[in-house]
Design a protein around this ligand. Structure first.
Ligand code: NAD
Length: 352
């Protein structure tokens, strides 16, 4: 198996190093090759997604990514900015399905800003479409009108087949869980999502065992905070999923706990934490590496079909948390506060 390692920027290299530590400890037959992306790609080759990096990703079975971005690149032309590298690699690899599980470990019930009774036992899977919607739709840009005023344009669009394939991922995953899919849209005002709802209803006929419900995105944002345990699988478009999955991360205590998988039609995947490059804490050895380590577990499960080792990694995380190890973002009274690297070591020790 070939794995491309793309640490990226900010805390990316620190957290990816811990994930690699865990992979090495599993002693699997995986060859790993590292390449730059994001700001690191721009520094190395003048491009946030250098050709060599894209080729490596295409030639690999899976990609493990840290995060991209730094405020120092915010003034670059848009196509040179780190985030463009990320959007492009997702598009080039056709990674249309983004899986973001939000699972609350019992030990972290106090780390959430919500009351423990609201979040304890939470086990939610958010499925976000990743290669369409307003992030990619044309036309886009900032133009100047005849009267000299500037106008910003983005276009929300989805075609039927794009909606159907992400819907299928959601229904298939729901079949392996509690058989409930909540499709999130804004069908009352946006025609794009009116079509989204129609296609989800058509698709549900193929999955009679799955209970399909629909929710407007504004209500979904509210319900996630009010009563998050009502959800099993949530499926939504790119922009709504971007926002809702960050919101869901706080249910789990910290965005540093939330892994993600982005899959193509044949389960080749890119695995990355749901958070960004956190430039505010980069280089300080205080970032939480657990989202990245849990992304490795997802990689073992979804691309390498290795459920046993996926569970092994997830159980090692549970063990380390039960032993009281906490990075700064999830620390509570009476726990052992550790840095990023020490947390990686704690997981390796728990594996063994
Ligand atoms: P962010 O997710 O990087 O950080 C938000 C907050 O969460 C910060 O306070 C940060 O310190 C904290 N945080 C994030 N990850 C953490 C971890 N593992 N452990 C402990 N704390 C953590 O989002 P932002 O500040 O809005 O963006 C920073 C940069 O990251 C920007 O350049 C942005 O474009 C980029 N970004 C990249 C991705 C990605 O690579 N997938 C996603 C979102 C943002």
């Amino acid at each position: 198996m070939k794995l491309a390692i793309l640490p990226g920027d900010g805390i990316g290299p620190e957290i990816v190093a811990q994930a690699v530590k865990v992979l090495n400890a599993l002693k699997l037959n995986i060859s790993m090759t590292e390449a730059p992306i994001g700001g690191a790609g721009y520094e190395a080759a003048g491009d946030p997604l250098p050709d060599a990096t894209l080729q490596l990703a295409k030639d690999s079975d899976a990609v493990l990514l840290g995060a991209v971005g730094d405020w120092k690149y915010d003034k670059l032309e848009r196509h040179l900015r780190p985030e463009r590298g990320l959007l492009r690699i997702r598009k080039e690899l056709n990674l249309f399905a983004n899986l973001r599980p939000a699972l609350l470990y019992p030990e972290l019930a106090d780390a959430s800003t919500l009351k423990p009774e609201v979040v304890s036992g939470l086990d939610l899977m958010i499925i976000r479409e990743l290669t369409g919607d307003i992030y990619f739709g044309q036309p886009r840009g900032i133009t100047t009108l005849e009267n000299g005023e500037r106008e910003g344009i983005n276009t929300m669009r989805y075609n039927e087949s794009e909606i159907r394939r992400i819907g299928r991922v959601a229904f298939d995953i729901a079949m392996k869980r509690n058989k409930k899919v909540c499709s999130v849209d804004k069908a009352n005002v946006l025609e794009t999502t009116e079509l989204w709802r129609q296609v989800m209803i058509e698709l549900s006929a193929e999955y009679p065992e799955v209970e399909l419900s629909h929710m407007y995105v504004d209500n979904a944002a509210m319900q996630l905070i009010r009563a998050p345990k009502q959800f099993d699988v949530m499926v939504t478009g790119n922009i709504f999923g971007d926002i809702l999955s960050d919101e869901a991360s706080m249910l789990t205590g910290s965005i540093g706990m939330l892994p993600s998988a982005s899959l193509d039609a044949s389960n080749k995947g890119m695995y990355e934490p749901s958070h960004g490059s956190a430039p505010d804490i980069a280089g300080k050895d205080i970032a939480n590496p657990l989202a990245t380590i849990l992304s490795v577990a997802m990689m073992l499960r979804y691309t390498f079909n290795d459920e046993a080792n996926a569970l092994k990694v997830e159980n090692a995380v549970k063990t380390a948390l039960a032993q009281g190890y906490r990075t700064a973002d999830i620390v509570t009274d009476g726990c052992k506060k550790v840095g990023c690297s020490a947390m990686g070591d704690a997981i390796v020790a728990a594996l063994n």
